[in-house]
Write a protein that binds this ligand. Structure first.
Ligand SMILES: Cc1cc2nc3c(=O)[nH]c(=O)nc-3n(C[C@H](O)[C@H](O)[C@H](O)COP(=O)(O)OP(=O)(O)OC[C@H]3O[C@@H](n4cnc5c(N)ncnc54)[C@H](O)[C@@H]3O)c2cc1C
Length: 476
């Protein structure tokens, strides 16, 4: 008999629930183990950094399996056809092991494939591996889902967290996989073609070892001060583990355990709360699966967004004339990552200053972020846009200039990404057009020649945003 392990965004060997169970059962019952990765044509984002990072992470995982003497087959093409072929080619598959996706596209995909396996009398063993607490684990006393974070968090923090699973690596060589080695190699060609087109190597950002090192450096050097420093994008103060969690190169149980073992500090408490937000948004998306399309707050389902194409284009390119926004968007475009504070600033700017639909920003982030996670992205966009549960009130609008001064006073972050402003000191760096004459006389720089004029006047747009929410929200 053969056990099938279907890997996806759980690209690690250590503390991987499905992988460890599949290996242990294969040893226990002396069965074959077949490992697959399905390349979904609908999820390919060729040319995007997020795509490149993901497939480089797949490759790292593939190489780790090879080192252990395990192989991985690649499937590619129509979902149902690909899995039907697999079931036909391997009629002795008796069990399939996978880590569940509880939400979104992954959840819908899994349901289709599970139906095929069940029709073929194959036992499906789905494991909850991605979150500290799965969606239905933390409920109100009336057994309904939480809509507000604070009471959710009170319960979340008191619940026992699962321990890491330990794999006895020495046993792996006992797995009987040999007969599969001679089978047709499926879509390995497609996989190699994808890899061939990726030019970046993401050195220092790939693999389990690297993820663990980044986590332990953070805990040792920055965790205790996290509560005080985490909002300043020019400091290296956050943990930078989101890309590893999204691709599954790092186990969330490992993160929690390592953080929990650190000395008691306010930084540690605040950090654990951030991990709870990740579970909270997963829970919200689970209970509200239309959330990617539909605001959770029904008062704000039909807001009359302006969606000016020129504005949106300038926002995506980092050419709005607001240095903090432009720096962040340029970082997103070049690195596929931005700091949480900056995500809030650019999201608020798109929605409340440019009056563009939050779904446009959510989609743009989904293409660009190497840590893209549908639940966290949608949940945070709805939060910033004031259309979700427990969201920022619509009249509390970030002022991009005050935010810029507060969180990047000397413009250290701005100068890194908006190089044309690199010579400008505080306060000119935050509003170069306001100080254009001084900049000309003191630095002999003609700002109009090197940097775009601000697209909008924040005070005017702020008022328009409030009217937009009041009108639509108040009249329905
Ligand atoms: C508009 C917007 C979109 C976002 N999109 C995503 C996304 O697609 N993927 C993603 O992982 N995070 C997203 N976030 C949350 C947050 O910005 C990132 O998790 C964080 O910046 C990642 O960097 P870090 O690992 O250094 O974070 P740290 O500050 O070190 O936090 C540690 C971990 O806690 C979790 N976390 C922290 N803040 C949040 C939060 N607000 N919501 C949910 N989880 C959180 C993440 O898993 C993060 O890796 C978004 C935030 C905003 C405002």
């Amino acid at each position: 008999m053969t056990n099938l392990l279907w890997t996806r965004n759980d690209l690690r060997i250590e503390d991987n629930t499905a992988l460890i169970n599949a290996i242990e059962d294969s040893i226990k019952y002396d069965e074959n183990l077949l490992i697959i990765f399905y390349i979904d044509p609908n999820q390919l984002k060729i040319g995007q950094k997020s795509h490149n990072y993901f497939f480089k992470s797949v490759d790292n995982f593939y190489n780790s399996l090879q080192k252990l003497g395990l192989d991985m087959f690649f499937l590619y093409g129509d979902l149902e056809k690909s899995f039907k072929k697999l079931i036909d080619d391997f009629p002795d598959i008796s069990r399939v092991y996978y880590n569940c996706d509880e939400v979104g596209y992954g959840y819908r995909r899994d349901q289709k494939v599970i139906a095929l396996f069940r029709d073929a009398s194959i036992k499906c063993l789905g494991f909850m591996d991605k979150h500290l607490h799965q969606a239905k684990e933390i409920m109100t006393t009336n057994n309904t889902n939480y809509k507000v974070f604070t009471p959710y968090y009170s319960k979340w923090k008191d619940r026992t967290k699962n321990a890491e699973l330990i794999l006895d690596f020495s046993k792996i060589k006992m797995i009987n996989y040999k007969d599969h080695r001679n089978k047709d190699s499926y879509a390995k060609g497609k996989y190699l073609e994808i890899l061939k087109d990726i030019k970046e190597d993401f050195d220092g950002f790939i693999g389990e070892k690297c993820a663990k090192r980044i986590l332990s450096d953070f805990i040792e050097e920055r965790l205790s001060e996290y509560d005080k420093t985490r909002d300043y994008p020019y400091l290296n103060s956050t943990s930078h583990i989101s890309n590893f969690l999204t691709t599954g190169q790092l186990s969330i149980r490992t993160v929690y355990k390592s953080v929990n073992e650190a000395e008691e500090t306010q930084g540690k408490e605040v950090y654990k709360r951030e991990l709870a937000w990740r579970d909270f948004f997963n829970m919200v998306f689970y209970f509200y699966p239309n959330q990617n399309e539909e605001p959770l707050n029904d008062k704000y389902r039909e807001l009359n967004w302006v969606n000016d194409e020129n504005y949106i284009d300038a926002w995506t390119k980092g050419r709005t004339g607001f240095p903090i926004v432009d720096a962040a968007m340029r970082q997103l475009n070049s690195e596929g990552y931005i700091h949480n504070r900056l995500r809030m600033i650019v999201a608020s700017f798109l929605v409340k200053d440019l009056l563009a639909d939050w779904r446009i920003g959510e989609k743009y982030f989904s293409d660009k972020l190497i840590d893209y996670d549908s639940s966290s992205n949608i949940g945070n966009w709805q939060w910033v846009a004031s259309v979700g549960f427990d969201a920022v009130p619509y009249f509390r609008i970030f002022n991009p200039i005050s935010q810029s001064i507060r969180y990047d006073k000397e413009g250290i972050f701005i100068k890194k990404y908006v190089k044309e402003l690199a010579d400008l000191p505080y306060p000119y760096i935050h509003q170069p057009y306001k100080y254009k004459d001084k900049i000309k006389s003191e630095f002999n720089i003609d700002i109009e020649k090197i940097y775009p004029k601000p697209l909008i006047d924040h005070n005017i747009q702020r008022q328009k945003a409030i009217e937009l929410f009041k009108y639509d929200g108040g009249n329905r």
